[in-house]
Design a protein around this ligand. Structure first.
Ligand code: ZN
Length: 498
């Protein structure tokens, strides 16, 4: 018998933490953050305290209290017991979106994490370039350790106690075992690289977990193959996402490309676009739009870093095929309008850089940023100001301040991201509109976004084709839509959140 405990992903989009158990094996599908629960209590400057270990997260219902899964430092620090062995045998990650991976940070390092190579690269980017706390995905830095002082009596705080997690990269359709279970990763199409479904079996039952998927991305053949293989496995249990179970149609990347080329063709000024940072298929779309309209795509340092990690994937543009935007940070010594005082004389940034210290302006940047800035395809706000017609500038919410330097004229702003689905996003959306008004950027927001999720009819058809005995809808706020599958002899079971 397989039993399943749902600790998230129930009546909400994301937050999947699904524990599969038989007599002596148990593992999780995903261990993500539930946005709705997090947004109920938290905001940008109201966050859980590390000082309270895992307790703030548990108090707010963000993490379940389960013995034997959390990291030693966060338990011992608040006087909670730390069992010698983990109580689960692994965590299988479907993809590296926050709502599926974020809370890996809290897990003990000896719990094996299974994920695709691309998911690992995305986590590496999040870990190395992110500013967020609680983002130790691949390596864990133990907190609350004191070490003897090198000189003199006493102890000092030890800042670096890094241990590697037990990471296992899974290959498409290659069997691996966790206790009683034989499992396989089945890659699917979703709005970032490396998304996968999983199929698993023990002696009695077969289970299929979709993760998040779609059929209208650049690689529908992946999802098609998953459906075929899942059907062949004759699953007794299927756990299926239903984000867009209520939607009837899809926009795809080719629609976006066509529409965007038309819009960009009519624009004489700067084209500003906002699309999700880790959606490399969307990056590719706007890379192609830029090619078709004789412009260059300009990406942020963070997105350039992701592209660098994905250099061996021929699908995506090379780092030298896009432009990298150098923002003003720290002292902001970029261009002719910034000065620093040298020997009581205020000198312009370009003079300081040329005459005094060629690397001076680089000191404002982190090491990973400096390496990227060594490329010769780096540009600044000056370039975008002087030749706006040559560029498509990717600019997300946090980069809107760059518009103050760029001061675009006659430009357009293409919104190529999801519609707001909570209060915070609504508020931010209003702020974006204020910025656009201030800088006279015309907002284009009709159908420039393709969802990462299959629409209702596709999901129903997929489930009917795979034909499990039991179906658990997750990652949806419209579970009732699945009930019509009862007519097909499928037992639809609504999960209860533990
Ligand atoms: Zn999700």
């Amino acid at each position: 018998m397989i039993s399943i405990d749902f600790f998230g992903g129930v009546d909400e989009i994301g937050g999947n933490k699904i524990r599969v158990n038989d007599n002596n094996t148990s593992f999780f599908f995903d261990f993500g953050m539930g946005f709705s629960q997090a947004n109920t209590y938290l905001s940008e400057f109201l966050q859980p305290r590390k000082a309270n270990g895992i307790c703030d997260f548990i108090e707010l219902g963000l993490l379940p209290y389960i013995e034997g899964i959390y990291r030693e430092d966060y338990l011992r620090h608040v006087g909670l017991p730390y069992p010698s062995e983990p109580s689960v045998d692994g965590v299988l990650i479907s993809h590296s979106h926050i709502d599926h991976v974020a809370y890996i940070h809290h897990l003990r390092e000896d719990i094996p994490i299974y994920l695709t190579k691309e998911s690992k690269l995305i986590l590496q980017a999040l870990e190395e370039t992110g500013a967020a706390s609680f983002s130790e995905y691949l390596r864990l830095n133990k907190s609350f350790y004191l070490k003897p002082k090198k000189r003199g009596e006493g102890y000092m705080r030890s800042r670096s106690n890094i241990v590697e997690r037990d990471i296992h990269v899974v290959e498409p359709y290659q069997k691996f075992e966790i206790g009683n279970f034989k499992l396989k990763a089945a890659p699917v199409d979703h709005s970032l690289p490396g998304a996968t479904a999983y199929m698993g079996e023990n002696d009695e039952e077969t289970i299929v977990y979709t993760g998040d998927l779609r059929f209208h991305g650049r690689h529908p053949e992946l999802t098609d193959k998953f459906v075929k293989e899942a059907k062949k496995s004759n699953p007794t249990i299927m756990i299926c996402e239903g984000t867009r179970i209520n939607s009837q149609t899809n926009v795809n990347e080719f629609d976006i490309e066509k529409r965007a080329v038309e819009a960009v063709d009519h624009c004489k000024g700067l084209v500003v676009v906002n699309y999700p940072m880790r959606d490399l298929d969307r990056l590719l779309t706007f890379y192609k739009v830029a090619e078709d309209t004789d412009r260059k795509l300009v990406v942020s340092l963070k997105q350039a870093y992701i592209l660098k990690l994905f250099q061996e994937y021929p699908d995506y543009p090379g780092l030298d095929e896009v432009m990298i935007y150098k923002p003003r940070k720290g002292w902001g010594l970029v261009g002719d309008n910034s000065f620093a005082c040298v020997d009581n004389e205020w000198l312009c940034a370009s003079i300081i850089d040329e005459d005094i210290d060629t690397n001076h302006s680089l000191r404002d940047y982190k090491m990973w940023e400096r390496k990227l800035l060594e490329n010769n395809n780096v540009l600044t706000y000056h370039d975008l100001q002087e030749n706006p017609q040559d560029y498509i500038f990717r600019c997300d919410f946090f980069e809107l301040k760059e518009l103050i330097d760029i001061k675009p004229q006659n430009g357009i702003y293409i919104k190529s991201s999801t519609e707001p689905f909570d209060d915070q996003m609504e508020i931010n959306e209003k702020k974006v509109r204020n910025w656009l008004k201030l800088f006279n950027l015309e907002l284009l927001n009709k159908c420039f976004h393709a969802s990462g999720h299959a629409c209702g009819p596709e999901i129903m058809e997929m489930i009917r084709e795979i034909n499990p005995d039991k179906l658990y809808p997750v990652h949806t706020t419209h579970k009732e839509k699945f009930l019509e599958l009862a007519d097909d002899g499928i037992d639809v079971i609504f999960p209860h959140k533990q």
